[in-house]
Design a protein around this ligand. Structure first.
Ligand SMILES: Cc1cc2nc3c(=O)[nH]c(=O)nc-3n(C[C@H](O)[C@H](O)[C@H](O)COP(=O)(O)OP(=O)(O)OC[C@H]3O[C@@H](n4cnc5c(N)ncnc54)[C@H](O)[C@@H]3O)c2cc1C
Length: 365
């Protein structure tokens, strides 16, 4: 079957598509509008990159992970882990606009300033709505992209366009787990001679992710400067000072997110989420959890420590740190179990996780 038709049938028409944009930006055939990806024209390629870059097409995720990360670091629940930290940006101006502690903004800024990357693909929204991918080359522009958009923009299309131009040789990309997985599928270069310059991906920065929300549905809540989903015991989303009951938000969760097994963006040099330590929300508010996964990620975080770009908060004693790790692993395992059950309910198979059956077997109930 032609690649474009296979991708459309297996991913778009089955509501597995995340709108990450990995199939876009290389050709005129795939497009996106208000959170939905669609085929604009037919393409007659039997083997297209779009199909192989898609995070929801079947792939052997175990081999992919072992290709890029040290096997000794790989955990079943969280993927590769070299270290877990509680951090926030030292600069209060970053923290004021950031989603949680501004760790991501501070690290991307540092990576650009210190030459770890020479460009960055970020997402920028008008308030909380209508986000779009942005290619940034000046560290001074990183802060304008702070904050989280729960509508999902096709950021990877911007990465693909930048890779195609071949001007920047070390492009960093920030993304939710679906996006970061697609970046590693690109770097695996399924077509050596037609790889869209995938070697020019310099660093991958992951965001923890529970789910994204329906594009049009979000508009009903109106715009806000800041949207945040609080820890589960609060059962609410905050839009600036407005509190929205989570029961009104959950119907807007994108269907494809139910099939996502990854809470912490396991394919990334480092991943950042909101802090959830044993000390509780009053202490954790405004802090991040940071998982370092690769040597490059480790070098950047160590530089951020040396230069005082990030502040580090201790978990407490060793048992408190172990408890935090355990809590994170449990939350992540729960997302995997739910995804596996949802996929099985869909058509009796593990769907796109089928080639990785062995690593997901423990999550089948
Ligand atoms: C849809 C979504 C769901 C999330 N769910 C969870 C969750 O369940 N638990 C949790 O702990 N954390 C979750 N996060 C991550 C969290 O919201 C913060 O992004 C993370 O804690 C980093 O905080 P920060 O203050 O360092 O980010 P900031 O310094 O504010 O930087 C955020 C970065 O994310 C980029 N960005 C924003 N929105 C998007 C998007 N939609 N796609 C790609 N890049 C984007 C921005 O360009 C910016 O570079 C989610 C994020 C998103 C986008």
């Amino acid at each position: 079957m032609l690649s474009i038709l296979e991708l459309e049938r297996k991913v778009v028409k089955t509501n597995l598509c995340t709108n990450c944009g990995a199939c876009q930006g290389m050709c005129p055939y795939w497009k996106s509008y208000e959170g939905r990806t669609f085929v604009d024209y037919e393409c007659d390629r039997a083997e297209g990159r779009c199909k192989y870059f898609c995070p929801r097409m079947p792939a052997d995720l175990d081999s992919l992970m072992k290709k890029f990360f040290e096997e000794k670091d790989i955990t079943s629940e969280l993927g590769p882990v070299k270290g877990l930290y509680l951090t926030r940006a030292a600069d209060p101006q970053i923290r004021a606009k950031a989603q949680h502690g501004g760790t991501m903004t501070a690290l991307v800024e540092l990576a650009l300033a210190e030459g770890f990357i020479d460009a960055a693909v970020l997402s920028k929204a008008e308030g909380t709505l209508d986000p779009e991918g942005q290619l940034i080359t000046d560290p001074a522009d990183v802060r304008a992209c702070s904050g989280s958009s729960f509508q999902i923009p096709p950021t990877m299309a911007v990465l693909n366009e930048a890779l195609k131009e071949n001007e920047y040789k070390k492009i960093g990309v920030v993304g939710t787990p679906c996006k970061t997985l697609s970046a590693y599928k690109m770097m695996a270069k399924p077509f050596e001679d037609n790889d869209n310059n995938a070697d020019n991906i310099g660093m991958v920065f992951g965001l923890f992710c529970g789910w994204g929300l329906d594009w049009k549905g979000m508009e009903a809540f109106g715009d806000a400067g800041h949207a945040d989903i609080l820890p589960s015991k609060f059962h609410r989303m905050d839009l600036d000072d407005r509190q929205v009951d989570l029961d009104d938000v959950l119907p807007l969760v994108r269907e494809n997110c139910n099939y996502c097994y990854d809470m912490t963006a396991e394919f990334a040099d480092l991943s950042v989420g909101g802090a959830r330590s044993s000390e509780g929300w009053d202490t954790d508010k405004g802090w991040n959890q940071l998982i370092v996964r690769s040597e490059k990620g480790q070098k950047l975080v160590e530089l951020a420590r040396e230069k005082g770009i990030l502040e580090f908060r201790e978990f407490g004693d060793d048992s408190a740190k172990a408890a935090a790790m355990d809590k994170l692993k449990k939350a992540s395992a729960s997302k995997k179990s739910k995804a596996v059950q949802a996929l099985i309910e869909k058509d009796g198979t593990l769907g796109y996780l089928e080639p990785s059956k062995e690593i997901f077997a423990e999550y089948i109930k």
